[in-house]
Design a protein around this ligand. Structure first.
Ligand SMILES: [Zn+2]
Ligand SMILES: [Zn+2]
Length: 87
C-alpha cells in the first residue's frame, strides 16, 4: 500500500500507518504521532475524574482540523519521519 497524500502528488511512498480519523494510509513523512486525552468519571460528582492518554496516528489534514477545534484533547508532535531524521 502507498501513502494516500503522496499518491495524489504522483509520488508513491510505502505506508507506515493509518490515520485513525479519516482512514487514509500515511507514509513516515505524512504520519503524525500524537496523543488523545479522554476524561473518565471516577466518582459520583463531575469533579471526580481522571484522564487517559492514548496514542494516535493522524494525517496532516486531520491534525490541522483536530488541533484547531479541540486543542485540549489532542497533542501532536512533528511527522514521524521528520522526528526520526533528527536522531
Ligand atoms: Zn486523516
Ligand atoms: Zn506521504
Amino acid at each position: 500500500m502507498n501513502c494516500f497524500d503522496c499518491i495524489v502528488d504522483n509520488e508513491p511512498v510505502p505506508v507506515v500507518g493509518i490515520c485513525t480519523v479519516c482512514g487514509a494510509a500515511v507514509c513516515s513523512s505524512c504520519a503524525h504521532v500524537g496523543s488523545q486525552f479522554t476524561r473518565h468519571a471516577t466518582g459520583f460528582s463531575s469533579a471526580e475524574s481522571s484522564i487517559t492518554e492514548t496514542r494516535m496516528i493522524a494525517c496532516q489534514s486531520c491534525v490541522v482540523a483536530l488541533t484547531a477545534r479541540h486543542a485540549g484533547r489532542y497533542r501532536f508532535d512533528r511527522p514521524a519521519g521528520r522526528v526520526r531524521q533528527l536522531n
